[in-house]
Design a binder for this molecule. Sequence first.
Ligand code: C2O
Length: 506
Amino acid sequence: VVGQNADLVVSNVVLAPDGVPRLAAVANGVHPGPLIKASKGDRFNLNVINKLTDKHTNDTSIHWHGFFQRGTTWADGAEGVSQCPIPTGSSFRYKFTGGDQTGTYWYHSHIGTQYCDGLRGPMVIYDKNDPYKKDYDFDDENTVITLADWYHVPSRNLALNGTAAEANSTLINGLGRYPEGPKTPLAVFNVQKDKRYRFRLVSLSCDPHFEFTIDGHDLTVIEADGQLVKPVVVDQITIFAGQRYSFILHANQTKANYWIRARPNVGFGDLENIVTGGINSAILRYVGAPEVEPPVPQLPLPLPKLPLLEPDLHPLSDEIAEELTREPDFARTLQIGRTNGSNPVFTINGTAWTVPPMPIMLQILSGAKNVSELMPKGSIYELKRGWVVELTVPNFVIGAPHPFHLHGHAFSVVKSASQPGEPRNLINPVRRDVVSTGSNTGDTTVIRFVADNPGPWIFHCHIEFHLRDGLAIVFAEIFDEIKAANPVPQSWRDICKAYEAAHPKA
Ligand code: C2O
């Protein structure tokens, strides 16, 4: 655990969390990276020191997922958008404020598919006046559960030429097993009978979503992606890449061991293995229970009775979000497509995102006069101050479901995918920062937000292989104000010089 003023040393180390050694890229020598813990209103000063040695990929750039970065779009970390990459041997300080944001976040490399190789970790902003403290009276809120897909080969070799990636194992808090692999240790979460816990669930996934359950226990969901929600009691949470939830766990069962499961939609292993071998699993252990693994359950596993459905999530506050109170000023359908050929790429409205030679923020500071001058052409959408923006994203079946993330904002999910009969909700839809576009033909997702944060902000599929292959656009939000609203420090310009020196043009 580190605080809001910390050094994150990025390096390559060999890890074998499931028994198979491989070269990983990590922060402070561990996977996942250390929990960054702060309090509401804190300023962050995070010094990223690049000591990567892997010659295939030794630049880095870190994104603080879920932070709005008002006035500090230069600290948003997105490759090709916010800053020049940090070359090995250099360091860069990310300074930003959490403002009034609280709850559960994470950080990850935002260059290529580097975070799939381990450069990712959780962040929590505690609020001593959290309304749930009095209503729920939970005894402890220090537990963070991270879910991560883990590969035995470097991500640069995965999902090429239109193939799909399949993780070898699911790591819960950095520990896991793969089918036919050794019985490596699993994560154990200790609870005391009759206490209430606020658990924070963070998907560090690079691709799969997970069906998360804890045998014998209901989960009361109270937060989604940093936004407090009205409590919903569920027995299964489907969590997509980049999403977070807080739930209350009441340890009111018999003192024993219980399986915690995170079953991925891809890379399952066979069911027998999962239930007998502790694959995709961790352990909930009551104090006083023996230090053994839970018993092997009967097959088939019971189906969830109360799965979490996104339309059941509503903001804790009854105030209607501004983006719902007016007709949209900018309504756009984002049609996902895919090119043919041996190196297919994804497109949005016909264009594949590619990393421009100069990050968009640098293009803006270097004198781009209007949005039409920005590169890459066809991927940049202008938003004017105060606009209500409505994006409609029809499902695209190849590689579905696609979880989309917007930088610089949370948005209202006016319509969730996979809920065909569900009408649009313009009163109290959940606000969050990652939403799935569904897996069924005909699924459509609709989101809204207000353009009030000057900056270039990327909107992309959080399956990293899809982002690498073009599934992104960028909003040039309030273009005329970006420069003045986001004063860049000299160190930001210096990193561009260091990057250029490290990568001389041929
Ligand atoms: Cu979690 Cu664009 O990132």
